[in-house]
Design a binder for this molecule. Sequence first.
Ligand code: ATP
Ligand code: ZN
Length: 220
Amino acid sequence: MSAGRLTLAVQKSGRLAEGGFDLLKQSGVKLAYARDALMRRAENVPLDLMLIRDDDIPSFVASGACGCGIVGENVLAEAAARSARVAGLQIVQRLGFARCTLKLAAPLEGPVQSVADLEGRAIATSYPALTAAYLKERGITAEIVEMGGSVEVAPRMKIADAICDLVSTGATLEANGLAAFETVLESEAVLIANREALNGAAATLDLLVERFKGVIASRQ
Ligand code: ATP
Ligand code: ZN
């Protein structure tokens, strides 16, 4: 990381990567061709991209390895519920893509039809800290079953009575006989920054934010 250049953490591949690269391209950022799988250098802006898994982005920015990053609020909120350092990060700009909703859902005709019904039940999720914080705020004690993926199969497998999972169209829920009964978090991609780790590149962050704002406004 050279002084004066801003390092932006972006998902290596996936929904955030697609939207992130589109946004950068529309913002006029030209990326140099590179064989390096981790770093991409911008040709016309003092900016370097660090390509990592989205789940790693909050801690990379919190630790100062990157000055800023593009991440989903869902991933940011989960990391913030685990780490005070991440909780201290600033959302600099909402980016308007990768919209999804973290919802509580349960079998259609089952015993769980509301948040109150979760008392004493088991909830499967890939967002254990966020789910725990949500339940604690509402005074509900439930068991949290952490799963890395395919959370929607948990009720059918009798692993859990309900799930807390990302929903976009609801088709996955429906296919598994589940119905959502509560929204835990509305999420979109956001630009986060660590002002102490800008490496002398605060002006580049400002420039990037101005260009992002322009692109977002032109899309509406
Ligand atoms: P990685 O390998 O980087 O961990 P991933 O499997 O977590 O990849 P994606 O499926 O690309 O990554 O999702 C990245 C983010 O995109 C999610 O955390 C969320 O913020 C957002 N997203 C938007 N729509 C959806 C959706 N329909 N389902 C899941 N995530 C979505
Ligand atoms: Zn991920």
